[in-house]
Write a protein that binds this ligand. Structure first.
Ligand code: R5P
Length: 301
């Protein structure tokens, strides 16, 4: 299996190559003086299977989209049999329905465009709402990060902790993780204004239960799919601090960490921040490389 690693974020892609024992496919990549991308695949790739690992960063989502399109369609032009296009973090995934009349459902357009460019399968980790892509069948694969989080929690926290879903959308995933690790969990309810995106109300789903868990545990661990502005988790922690004065840990799959978000978390009372490496960031203690490598290996055999 041959793998192309996005030159804009080579760390995770390189880990996938090493972990899976794949061949790294060379790529000539440069920027034209005006900032446009130049892409060339100098090897003979006809008839082979190739995976592309694309790295996306905040404020550069359109660029990483275009790199995926350019690489995929070039490989297909050159006769590649199967292109597995991996976006460890899928940009635009939160605009996954028409919240207000006339809106673009960007999540669907993003993935459909990658498939139209020639990707045989688009793969991601912990997409915001997997159901939105169910009509694509096996052409869209959402890998759950839960196995790496289960190992992380088992290796780093002995007992005396509980998990928290910061909103009801995360309840199912958090309950699955809690069962894998064998700890209790609870959740908060969050409501956002559809126009401004601001959080208009937030409360524990069960205040008595939160009180009981707070009394019986040393550590509270919040698990969210994305941290962007830090608004969601910092507001949850401000409320949590009314019930709980032990250690508060915040786990995120996709660490976008917009400017100011880390300060918000710390001043709200978060003691420890941990993220995966789907997006390049300084809290990426947990790698999803093994999950991606395992998928690629399984998919081509
Ligand atoms: C929303 O439903 C997501 O699961 C995250 O909670 C949200 O995207 C985090 O964004 P922010 O850090 O800006 O609150």
């Amino acid at each position: 299996m041959r793998v192309i690693v996005d030159p804009f974020y080579s760390e995770l892609g390189s880990r996938v190559v090493v972990f899976g024992g794949f061949d790294l496919l060379p790529l000539d990549f440069k920027l034209f003086p005006d900032g446009e991308f130049y892409v060339r695949v100098p090897s003979d790739v006809a008839g082979s299977n190739v995976a592309i690992i694309v790295g996306c960063m905040p404020f550069q989502q359109s660029d990483c989209f275009l790199r995926g399109v350019f690489l995929t369609s070039t490989l297909k032009d050159l006769g590649v049999k199967k292109v597995i296009l991996v976006y460890p973090y899928l940009p635009y995934s939160r605009q996954d329905k028409r919240f207000l009349p006339g809106e673009c459902v960007s999540a669907r357009v993003f993935v459909n465009s990658l498939l139209s460019a020639g990707a045989d399968v688009v793969v991601t980790i912990d997409v915001h709402s997997p159901d939105v892509f169910s009509s694509l069948g096996s052409r869209f694969v959402n890998i759950s990060s839960l196995p790496v989080w289960r190992d992380y929690l088992k290796n780093n926290f002995v007992d005396g902790f509980f998990l928290i879903a910061p909103d009801e959308g995360r309840l199912e995933v958090v309950s699955k993780l809690a069962k894998l690790v064998g700890v209790p969990y609870t959740a908060f309810k969050k409501v956002r204004d559809l126009k401004s995106g601001k959080i208009t109300s937030l409360e524990p789903v069960n205040a008595d239960e939160l009180n009981r868990l707070s009394k019986n545990n040393k550590t509270a661990i919040i698990f969210d799919d994305i941290i962007s502005t830090g608004g969601t988790v910092s507001n949850v922690v401000k409320l949590l601090r009314k019930y709980f004065n032990g250690e508060v840990v915040a786990l995120f799959t996709h660490g976008l960490f917009l400017p100011g978000s880390i300060q918000k978390l710390i001043s709200a009372g978060v003691d420890r921040i941990v993220s995966t490496d789907t997006v390049k960031n300084s809290f990426a203690e947990v790698s999803v490389a093994s999950l991606i490598a395992d998928f690629i290996r399984r998919d081509i055999t």
